[in-house]
Unconditional design. Structure first.
Length: 146
């Protein structure tokens, strides 16, 4: 009986840490987070045509990716590297909305809103980079090397 449990435990651990499982779970959670964040930010109706939800999601996703990269790749032992698939590739990949960002920018230009389109492009790139930079500085300053 104990051997059966151990085999089941080994199988379960192998399944839960398999890269496809990590990507699927992380991606699913990221997509849900993106959807609900978009609803939350867009619900007041004060964005006035500017794709603020996408902007906030891209910036916060950049921050999360920066924090995950430093925490997992620099602060945790290499044995925990699989977590980057869950958080960095899976969650952040499902959460961030670069393709949506590109299409919404195209829509702004199609409507003749070139100023908003430019603000969206420059603002997203600059704020996203600052999000990564802030995450790296915070994590490196707050989490000691292991």
């Amino acid at each position: 009986m104990k051997e059966t449990f151990l085999l089941l435990g080994d199988w379960l651990y192998a399944f839960l840490t398999h890269r496809l499982t990590l990507l699927a779970v992380g991606g699913t959670l990221g997509v849900y987070a993106r959807y609900f964040m978009s609803l939350w930010i867009g619900s007041p109706g004060w964005t006035r045509g500017f794709p603020l939800s996408t902007f906030v999601i891209n910036v916060s996703g950049s921050f999360l990716l920066g924090a995950a990269a430093i925490l997992i790749r620099e602060r945790l032992p290499p044995a925990y590297g699989y977590l980057y698939l869950l958080v960095g590739t899976g969650f952040c990949g499902g959460y961030t909305t670069f393709s949506t960002f590109e299409y919404e920018t195209f829509q702004l230009t199609s409507l003749g809103s070139w100023g908003q389109a430019l603000a969206n492009v420059l603002g997203s790139v600059a704020a996203g980079f600052l999000g990564v930079l802030l995450a790296v500085v915070l994590v490196r300053g707050l989490v000691p090397r292991g």
